[in-house]
Design a protein around this ligand. Structure first.
Ligand code: ZN
Length: 374
């Protein structure tokens, strides 16, 4: 394991590269955001995009993929500020909770049309379990749907713009320059779409037909082009900072958690879902030796709200993050026991990262020397 000398991320993180000076590409890109990007100019590019879209659009100007979270609330506020008429589209998580519903209702009240898309639970359960068993990720269906559905809706209703939030390639580390711009492409989806490079057809099996999987299908770049759809990242046009999107969303009625964060460092992020997102992030511990907390703290370091030492202290204080409650809820939802969940997760423990010593699994060359291994 090799850690970035500026943030706390290890080189095991997919798409993260640490250069000879010890700085990772996410830290470099964050530096560029402050020093090299002319945000005034980017903003005027957005105005130009809006003007073009307004001329083309028939019914709705843009599709906004929304969960009700702080980022999607911010996206809606921005779109309305620029006079766009959005059709918001939600992939309805089977793990939606009360605060998630409340925030989604709040977002709709801002003045938008909205589709709450529920996938056949039988299909979703089978697909989620298959993704967990085969790839060690139970969020592949979620990501496939939350990217696929808004693109399908835009393509089918001929809505000229899909307004995504952050470009995670830019925010968390990306290597392929062609994917770090303002436009979302198939290439981008395959690199950062969190489906381990798989498309819906990969998941066809005895249990799931391609027709079953239709909500998960991503239209191709050509299909989107021929329907006149441009998928764009707002985070390319406006400086993206989770604390700032939270502040703006909160001013418009968004509510964060009052207790401890569900996962990671922020009480205002990943709040709307009871188990899929939390388990998805926790499984990174087995696969790559870090969790959502590390991603969040790295952002805090880059935004100068925390030093690297303070971040390491937070990780030490939080300690082991075994998400008992989320595991219980997930097992109940798909109908498996906790011991089979653990056995499935164990298969994906990365032996390049972990070693078994003195009766316990531990991470080789871990960032925190006096860590208590459970
Ligand atoms: Zn870094």
């Amino acid at each position: 394991m090799n850690y970035c000398h500026y943030c706390v991320l290890p080189n095991t993180r997919p798409n993260l590269v640490i250069d000879e000076s010890g700085r990772c590409n996410a830290c470099q890109s964050s530096n560029q955001k402050v020093s090299q990007i002319n945000w005034q100019e980017r903003q005027s590019h957005f105005q130009q995009l809006v003007d073009t879209i307004k001329q083309k659009a028939q019914e709705w100007d843009c599709v906004i993929p929304v969960s009700g979270g702080k980022d999607s609330t911010w996206q809606v506020i921005k779109a309305l500020e620029y006079g766009l008429k959005p059709l918001c589209v939600t992939w309805r998580t089977p793990a939606r909770n009360a605060i998630g519903q409340k925030n989604l209702d709040n977002l709709i009240q801002l003045g938008v049309d909205h589709i709450d898309f529920t996938i056949n639970p039988d299909v979703e359960k089978k697909f989620t379990l298959a993704a967990f068993q085969k790839k060690g990720s139970l969020a592949i269906p979620m990501h496939m749907a939350l990217f696929g559905l808004p693109l399908q809706v835009a393509s089918k209703f001929k809505i000229p713009l899909v307004l995504w939030g952050e470009n995670s390639g830019m925010e968390y580390g990306g290597v392929n320059q062609s994917t770090l711009g303002g436009k979302m492409t198939r290439d981008w989806l395959l690199s950062y779409g969190v489906t381990q490079g798989t498309l819906a057809n990969y998941w066809v099996s005895d249990q799931l037909t391609l027709k079953d999987l239709s909500p998960y299908i991503w239209p191709t770049d050509q299909e989107l082009d021929s329907s006149g759809v441009t998928p764009a990242f707002l985070g390319w046009f406006f400086h993206w900072d989770p604390v700032e999107t939270f502040r703006v969303a909160q001013e418009h009625g968004f509510e964060s958690l009052s207790g401890t964060p569900k996962t990671g460092y922020y009480k205002f992020a990943d709040v709307d879902d009871e188990f899929i997102i939390g388990l998805h992030h926790w499984l990174k511990w087995y696969k790559f030796g870090f969790t959502r907390l590390w991603d969040n703290l790295s952002l805090e370091i880059r935004n100068n709200r925390m030093t690297r030492d303070e971040a390491i202290q937070v990780i030490s204080d939080v300690g082991d993050e075994y998400p008992q409650e989320a595991i219980d809820k997930f097992c109940q939802w798909v109908g498996i026991t906790e011991s089979s969940f653990r056995a499935m997760a164990e298969k994906f423990r990365n032996k390049d990262v972990w070693t078994f010593q003195n009766g316990r699994w531990r991470i080789k060359n871990f960032l925190i020397p006096n860590w208590i291994w459970t």
